[in-house]
Design a protein around this ligand. Structure first.
Ligand code: ZN
Length: 297
């Protein structure tokens, strides 16, 4: 293995587009600063809804080629973020998008939701032991908003972090590695409410059908839950917006706002927030502005 940069960040996401929406600014910043940023995406997002009418034929109930198309969108987004290490869990197409909670696709045997937890985690253990990240970013136990693939991505990430550090576990997957800090994506309710106030102030000038509500934003927490805020320079926020735009089938971006397939406008946040669930905050009792703080990297 060639020598890796001193700082190594691993992010685990459910579908192509989640990384840009949740962590695009953080990824762009750390990649530009020379950290090794690894993104593992668990599914190809085959069950997503398609926004542009001219691409509607990609949908699972028609050509069912959305996964391949979104793989290309994700590659474009990675170029925008300057991230070169991107992988699909177990290889492209190993696990299929499970659809929203309660739909029949949840029961498909090839769906990520049905995947054996330890099997899925073993693929991530191999990545963890290869890249040896100091920092892991994942979803909270609800996956932010209850999508089965997001919940499963949380479980796989947490299980893999545990197994990767276990000396007796699968030495064929590499030498044990303990991740120093584990964060969950979150966003302070206050920030979201301010964002929606801006959106309402922009009123009729937004090109979306309506405006979402704060409850549509995944991972809402009170301020005292937030351990780290990565409030980036404008150039990284611009990279994030460009990466979101690359997900043409999933996201419509308009200036500081965006909409998903429901066409309800949401504020686009340049700052990104994290809960610390493993590791020690640095400085203690203060809001961190660096996910690697205290790791020695
Ligand atoms: Zn998703």
């Amino acid at each position: 293995m060639t020598a890796l940069p001193a700082r190594r960040l691993l992010l685990v996401h459910a579908h192509p587009d989640d990384e840009s929406i949740n962590n695009g600014a953080t990824m762009a910043k750390y990649a530009a600063e020379g950290a090794h940023v690894t993104l593992v995406t668990c599914t190809l997002g085959e069950e997503g809804e398609v926004i542009p009418p001219e691409l509607a034929h990609l949908a699972p109930d028609r050509d069912d080629t959305l996964g391949a198309h979104r793989t290309g969108e994700l590659a474009d987004a990675m170029v925008q973020l300057g991230v070169t290490d991107h992988r699909f869990l177990g290889g492209p197409g190993r696990f299929r998008d499970s659809g929203m909670m309660g739909v029949p696709q949840n029961d498909r045997p090839d769906s990520f939701w049905q995947a054996d937890l330890d099997l899925a985690a073993s693929y991530l253990v191999e990545v963890i032991r290869e890249v040896r990240p100091q920092v892991l970013v994942a979803y909270d136990p609800d996956g932010g908003y209850g999508h089965p693939d997001h919940i499963k991505a949380h479980r796989v990430a947490m299980r893999a972090a545990e197994l990767a550090a276990e000396p007796a576990y699968r030495r064929d997957l590499g030498a044990p590695h303990a991740i120093a800090k584990v964060y969950w994506n979150c966003i302070p309710r206050r920030v979201v409410e301010e964002g929606f106030a801006r959106l309402h102030a922009a009123g009729g000038q937004i090109p979306f059908e309506g405006i979402a509500t704060a409850d549509d934003v995944p991972g809402l927490v009170d301020d005292d839950q937030v351990a780290a805020a990565i409030d980036v320079e404008a150039r990284y926020a611009e990279r994030k917006a460009a990466a979101m735009k690359a997900h043409v089938t999933q996201i419509a971006v308009d200036g500081p706002f965006f909409a998903l397939s429901n066409d309800l406008g949401q504020p686009l946040f340049g700052a990104e927030f994290y809960r610390l669930v493993k590791g020690v905050p640095e400085p203690a009792g203060d809001l961190e502005d660096d996910l690697f703080a205290g790791t020695g990297a």
